[in-house]
Design a binder for this molecule. Structure first.
Ligand SMILES: [Zn+2]
Ligand SMILES: [Zn+2]
Length: 354
């Protein structure tokens, strides 16, 4: 999708400039946004090291990695990117690389790009208001789920999903992970199915199969999906959206280089991380509300969160007001079967081997 940022950067597409020029650009941009009083930069209480090349370079790399800068950075793109990041991180939108912002970039987080919310969630939410009548509700759900491209996706023709934890981790066994996955899945299915005549999401574990609808695995470094893990800390896990992820649809990867043993701070976060990532598998983007389980930052204090929050439940229920498997499957099961078979993958997905 094209955002104002990407249009800007396409116009200015060229080879990456040397680091000193980038740093100078940020300095100039700061000057442009600071009050016109003629004060020196030091008067704005910038954190130590702010103007050092490595700090600026690190921030640029971060903003690029998580979807805030697409191509070439310049002062306008940087200012917008920093403000967008601050919006998503639920911190003061100063538009500057201040101390709070730089510290937020050091926090452990989910590897899913935040730009999905700006492009998908916010943009669509602006166009599609939640309406009380049924026809509008269904239309808005179709738009939110990007059904233009994925109308015949298997997600619409299945209510009963199979799942499997493909492997374990040396610090956290496959069995422990299975228990946590089962618990996290029930959080989401309860939220979606509550109050319906029949459930539209049910889950069945198939522990001996590698081709289940949902697949959970520990992966290290480069692991075949162009989203290489970064070693300890930083990104802890990532998952793939339905409709737009091709063969990776339904997969959740946990960074195998983290210390996942039960007594470690990262280890205690495992259940929460799995619960968060499953939200992506069902199509939810990051929330900018710190109180939501879909908030993209995985601070260790969040390990005490055992249940979905109000906002998560509201969003997932709005996402699935109905599904084809619910409404049409009983009446047109043979037609749906043939459509579903056409959309099934012929080859197993990469990155899911033992
Ligand atoms: Zn996430
Ligand atoms: Zn991965």
């Amino acid at each position: 999708m094209v955002t104002p940022s990407s249009q800007q950067s396409h116009r200015h597409r060229r080879r990456r400039r040397p680091l000193c020029v980038v740093a100078l650009t940020v300095v100039l941009w700061l000057g442009a946004t600071a009050p016109a009083t003629g004060l020196p930069l030091s008067a704005y209480k910038l954190p130590a090291g702010y103007l050092e090349d490595h700090a600026v370079d690190k921030a640029i790399a971060y903003l690029r990695k998580f979807g805030y800068i697409e191509d070439e950075e310049n002062s306008i793109v940087m200012g917008r990117a920093i403000t967008n990041f601050q919006y998503m991180a639920d911190i003061a939108q100063t538009g500057r690389l201040d101390d709070v912002t730089l510290r937020k970039m050091e926090e452990p987080r989910c590897g899913v790009k935040d730009s999905f919310l700006q492009e998908d969630g916010a943009a669509i939410a602006a166009k599609v208001q939640y309406r009380s009548n049924r026809r509008s509700r269904i239309k808005s759900a179709k738009l939110r789920q990007g059904l233009g491209a994925g109308f015949f996706s298997r997600w619409w023709f299945k209510c009963d999903f199979t799942w499997n934890v493909i492997n374990g981790h040396d610090k956290r066994s496959r069995d422990v992970t299975r228990t946590l996955v089962r618990r996290a899945l029930s959080q989401w299915s309860n939220a979606i199915n509550r109050g319906r005549r029949s459930p539209i999401f049910t889950f069945r574990e198939e522990p001996d199969r590698n081709d289940t609808d949902l697949r959970f695995s520990y992966e290290k470094g480069k692991h075949g999906d162009s989203n290489a893990f970064d070693g300890p800390q930083g990104v802890l896990a990532h998952a793939f959206f339905p409709y737009i992820s091709g063969d990776f649809e339904g997969q959740l990867h946990i960074d195998g280089d983290e210390d996942w043993q039960g007594s470690s701070s990262v280890g205690q976060l495992l259940y929460y991380v799995i619960m968060h990532e499953i939200g992506h598998i069902f199509g939810l983007t990051h929330s900018n509300k710190e109180s939501s389980v879909m908030y993209g930052y995985l601070g260790f204090e969040r390990s005490s969160i055992r249940h979905l929050r109000h906002e998560d439940i509201k969003r997932i229920r709005a996402h699935y007001p109905y599904r084809f498997c619910d409404i049409y499957a009983k009446r047109h099961s043979s037609l749906l079967d043939s459509n579903y078979k056409k959309t099934q993958r012929a080859t197993p997905a990469p990155g899911t081997k033992h």
